[in-house]
Design a protein around this ligand. Structure first.
Ligand SMILES: [Fe+2]
Ligand SMILES: [Fe+2]
Length: 272
């Protein structure tokens, strides 16, 4: 029997910049996000950093409580520059786990003619202690290459900072210092999507055959211009990647659909 479209769909919820403890944090927005994400029943949740305002333990405990109420068996959580303030990365490690991680799993949905999706997720810490600037660092390149060396159908890289400038984020100071080198590592690894947070502007940059997908702030009014608080729901089905940017205040969504380039190339020999 043919698999229903909803069963084939591989869904990722991407949220970031919770900023628990910030004056502009709004618990109602956070609860809206969690409710929407739980309704979507994603296969993977990525929290792309800045869980707190200033890296204090009580802020991490609050963030941890919210993240625990997201009902998903697979979560990838990284720290942001705000979390690493005041030696906050020590609390992050104790309450949320290691600052760099990788995860692989199989999802029963199909890329092209394949019956299952083999997914690899690699997440790194791009923060510099007590600086807002970011850097992935040469020491991480080997880790990234090795983790992405397995034959999989979908590769996801996660970091807090940006790899390319994003419109509406002001004077450039948000790109990691070694963006060029990191992009080359990811391109050679044939990464499909890169998930980031940081400056509270949701955006998708197609770059070569990767998509750099940034999430806005999920739960604060630390927003820019007319951009509302948002989170992203990313659906991978067949040969397309659909990105929904969803407002945390009223649920309104902006949807964009992109082709899966690496998918086309990887499986070019499978009868297409
Ligand atoms: Fe932030
Ligand atoms: Fe940030």
């Amino acid at each position: 029997m043919a698999m229903a479209d909803t069963e084939r769909r591989f869904t990722i919820a991407q949220l970031s910049d919770l900023h628990c403890g910030d004056l502009r944090f709004d618990p109602g927005l956070m609860e809206n996000c969690i409710r929407s994400i739980n309704e979507a029943e994603p296969d993977l949740v990525v929290v792309a950093g800045d869980l707190t305002a200033n890296g204090y333990r009580d802020e991490f405990e609050e963030a941890r409580g919210y993240i625990d109420s997201i009902l998903c068996p697979r979560k990838v959580i990284i720290a942001g520059n705000h979390d690493c303030r005041n030696v906050g990365y020590l609390h992050f490690e104790e309450l949320l786990g290691p600052r760099a991680s990788s995860m692989s799993f199989t999802h029963s949905g199909a890329c092209g003619r394949h019956l299952s999706e083999r997914v690899e997720v690699v997440a790194v810490d791009s923060n510099k202690a007590d600086l807002d600037d970011g850097e992935v660092g040469r020491h991480n390149y080997t880790f990234i290459k090795e983790e992405f060396s397995a034959e999989v159908t979908f590769k996801i890289f996660v970091l807090h900072h940006h790899l390319v400038h994003i419109p509406g984020t002001g004077r450039e100071r948000n790109i990691v210092w070694d963006a060029g080198d990191v992009l080359q590592v990811l391109r050679e690894a044939r990464v499909d999507i890169v998930l980031s947070g940081h400056k509270h502007v949701p955006y998708v940059w197609p770059l070569d055959r990767m998509y750099l997908i940034t999430s806005g702030t999920a739960s604060t009014w630390r927003t820019r211009g007319f951009t509302p608080p948002t989170f992203n729901l990313i659906e991978v089905v067949g040969e397309e990647i659909t990105v929904h940017v969803i407002s945390a205040s009223d649920g309104e969504r902006r949807t964009e659909v992109y082709p899966r380039w690496w998918c086309h190339e990887r499986f070019a020999g499978y009868g297409r």
